[in-house]
Design a protein around this ligand. Structure first.
Ligand code: HPA
Length: 240
């Protein structure tokens, strides 16, 4: 029962999927955190694995970068593989001065400069929102692990290299915490199919402080976020 982009059978993929952008991060999470991980997909290098975490079946699927890419994987997982929960784990650029490199953000909502929602035909602005149960599970997991998280609105942008390098300040003025490029599509697809989605982000660079993580720091700083994501996945999986 393969789709255009995922070469797997229905039962190969868990109901709960952790979704990093980078395929090599999917491999890292599967190999370091899951028991007996099996690679079910390598089409276009978008690696997908299923294993168990604390005794529960969990998958990890790479999304690629940007809304069109995550939109393909989220849609196929939700509609063709009976996936119920997707937790994106990614990085973002911080827009607020109180955010430091390596801080973890839970994206309660995803504002956007994209026209993605247009194709659903609603006569207004549809708010891309995280699932509350997943958000609650992630907050609880962070508290139990003693990891401080910031929860709020992020900007999901179509653009990485802005023509106007000051444009981020307009979003910062409205309290938006950080910029990434996938959450809005993920939240809208989950809304469309009555599924659950959440994005957890690690601050990899700061627009305010003009700092960024080294590639080595990037690797280690993601561990808190991965741990929160896996614990939230484990928690929600019990309810299904
Ligand atoms: N912009 C968009 N996505 C990102 C960024 C950024 O600055 N940093 C990490 N992901």
């Amino acid at each position: 029962m393969s789709t255009v982009h995922i070469n797997a059978e229905k039962g190969d993929i868990a109901k709960t999927v952790l979704m990093p952008g980078d395929p090599l991060r999917a491999k890292f999470i599967a190999e370091e955190f899951l028991q007996e991980p099996v690679c079910y997909n390598s089409v276009r290098g978008a690696l997908g694995y299923t294993g168990t975490y604390r005794g529960r079946k969990i998958s990890v699927q790479a999304s690629g970068m940007g809304m069109p890419s995550i939109g393909i994987y989220a849609q196929e997982l939700f509609t063709q593989f009976d996936v119920e929960n997707i937790i994106r784990v990614g990085s973002c650029g911080a827009l607020q001065p109180e955010l430091d490199l390596m801080d973890v953000i839970l994206a309660a909502s995803a504002s956007t400069d994209s026209n993605w929602a247009y194709h659903y035909g609603v006569p207004g602005i549809l708010a891309p929102t995280a699932d509350f149960d997943l958000l609650f599970a992630a907050k609880k997991a962070a508290q139990e692990k003693g990891i401080e998280v910031k929860t709020g609105n992020v900007l999901c942008s179509d653009v990485f290299y802005y023509d106007d390098p000051q444009i981020w300040k307009k979003w910062a003025k409205m309290g938006v915490l950080g910029i990434e490029m996938e959450s809005a599509a993920l939240y809208l697809i989950a809304a469309r199919y009555r599924k659950r989605a959440l994005t957890i982000l690690t601050v990899s660079d700061s627009f305010v402080k003009e700092t960024k993580l080294t590639s080595q720091e990037r690797q280690t700083s993601l561990l808190n976020m991965i741990q929160i994501g896996l614990d939230a996945a484990w928690d929600i999986q019990a309810k299904d």
